[in-house]
Write a protein that binds this ligand. Structure first.
Ligand SMILES: [Zn+2]
Length: 467
């Protein structure tokens, strides 16, 4: 019986994770992420699948980041009739993320079509709509961590904690390869988190793995320690408060927002910052925070014991969650020193744009960047401290202080990735390095080879036979 793995997306790049496993006449996919790039590439890459979705038995997801789950509505629209297996927190976060993504697709295509009509071109449909997202959500089945389940005939699956975001899983697959019941064991650690992250369990190590698919976002780079990042956050807050300014934090609604709130809560408790009004201004972040609190069973020991002792780690007194847009607008006229966390994370859309427009020109304020800013985004232009930036088509002078804290990353770095591989005691046959820009994948492959492992960087659409 042959077992084949095809790398359909998320290789030699960081978005669009998707891999096809074929064994025993069955076909399943691991992740179904959106490729994120320029608009034309986005439609070209995401619209078509390199297999017939109608012939798939099932799909399994590692986590709810959109570059790992965001093309599921299109998969469903393209004829996929199977089930989608996820962990319980991932199910609830996917509900929010996929509907939000569908709304963005619908809005984006309206904008594109307006331009197309002006140019005399025909209009086109969105990649998917809200109805497609709802249909795909109906296919989701949640399974507990550590509970083995049948993904397809002859393919069993178990979720282990990946420690990357709430609900993230290392997908462990056991593929029966012959009649005597011998199996090939594949572990998919994409994405892989770090130790000592707020809320999250540390990534679990697996000992019985033949083939490991490993992410390499930071395959050649290291992060600073989390504790130092937390202290830098305190310094930025104190410095800005002392001059009577506002701290504006553009942040992803999922995980990073909750982490920053968690650290602010700790800093308040440790009296490293003085009480100040803190606003989380993002309807999506508010809803995701509710999901976090619903799934406190998945938290690490520290967060659980804080909750048990009565510390409401995400809803302390000075933290206000804003869902209503009128409430959001009121912040524009509130002159008190304060801290505002808002999305989108790369400053390309959403309420953060209003806060930047209102605060970017005042040297008393600070724009604090806590996440990755891709090229050609407003966020990147701010990180580069360009003298003038455009917001809503208008030019603004960037006078506010700009600070960057990179160490909050939820991805294992160069050393953490190598340590993870070294800690798995089994007899790894091969490591497939995926989910990284080429320089980062190469750096990780080089590092792992120097430690005696067989590491390989597959090409997009390459098929390998596992035995
Ligand atoms: Zn991720």
């Amino acid at each position: 019986m042959s077992v084949q793995l095809t790398f359909c997306g998320g290789v030699r790049t960081v978005t669009g994770s998707m891999h096809l496993l074929e064994a025993n006449g069955e076909r399943v996919i691991i992740d179904c992420g959106l490729f994120q790039g320029h608009r034309e590439d986005f439609y070209r890459v995401n619209a078509q699948f390199p297999f017939n979705p109608g012939k798939l038995e099932a799909a399994v997801l590692s986590h709810s980041h959109i570059d790992h789950c965001g093309n599921l509505p299109n998969l469903t629209r393209s004829g996929f009739g199977g089930k989608i297996f996820v962990t319980r927190p991932t199910r609830d976060i996917c509900q929010l993320m996929l509907l939000d993504s569908a709304r963005i697709q619908e809005e984006d295509i309206k904008f594109v079509n307006k331009i197309n009509v002006r140019k005399g071109l025909s209009s086109r449909p969105p990649l998917y709509n809200i109805e497609d997202a709802q249909k795909s959500l109906k296919k989701i089945r949640a399974v507990d961590y550590h509970k083995k389940f049948k993904l397809a005939s002859g393919i069993n699956c178990t979720f282990y904690d990946a420690g990357h975001i709430l609900g993230s899983a290392i997908v462990y697959l056991e593929v029966i390869k012959n009649e005597s019941g011998q199996s090939i064991k594949i572990a998919y650690a994409v994405d892989l988190g770090r130790q000592h992250m707020p809320f999250l369990q540390d990534p679990e190590t697996l000992n019985d793995v033949d083939y490991l698919l490993l992410e390499s976002t930071y395959g050649g780079r290291t992060h600073g320690p989390l504790e130092a990042a937390k202290l830098k956050l305190a310094e930025v807050v104190n410095r800005t408060m002392a001059r009577g300014g506002k701290v504006i934090i553009p942040s992803f609604a999922l995980e990073r927002t909750q982490e920053v709130v968690y650290y602010l809560g700790e800093l308040l408790k440790e009296k490293k910052i003085k009480p100040l009004p803190i606003f989380v201004d993002s309807p999506l972040a508010c809803k995701i925070t509710d999901v976090f609190l619903k799934h406190s069973e998945s938290f690490d020991r520290e967060a659980k014991s804080l909750l048990k002792s009565g510390t409401d780690i995400l809803r302390q007194n000075t933290i206000h969650y804003i869902r209503d847009s009128e409430e959001s607008k009121k912040l524009n006229f509130d002159k008190r020193p304060m801290l505002i966390i808002s999305s989108s994370g790369m400053c390309e859309s959403g309420r953060i744009l209003h806060h930047l427009r209102n605060n970017i020109g005042n040297p008393r304020n600070t724009i604090l960047v806590v996440g990755y800013m891709a090229k050609n985004t407003l966020g990147r232009r701010i990180v580069e401290k360009q003298r003038r930036v455009r917001i809503f088509g208008e030019s603004f002078e960037l006078k506010a202080e700009v600070e960057v804290i990179n160490a909050f990353s939820a991805h294992a770095d160069k050393n953490e990735l190598a340590d993870y591989v070294l800690s798995s005691k089994g007899k790894l046959k091969k490591i497939f390095i995926v989910h990284g820009d080429m320089d980062q994948s190469e750096a990780l492959a080089f590092n792992l080879r120097s430690k005696g492992f067989r590491a390989y960087i597959p090409r997009k659409f390459e098929t390998v036979t596992l035995g």
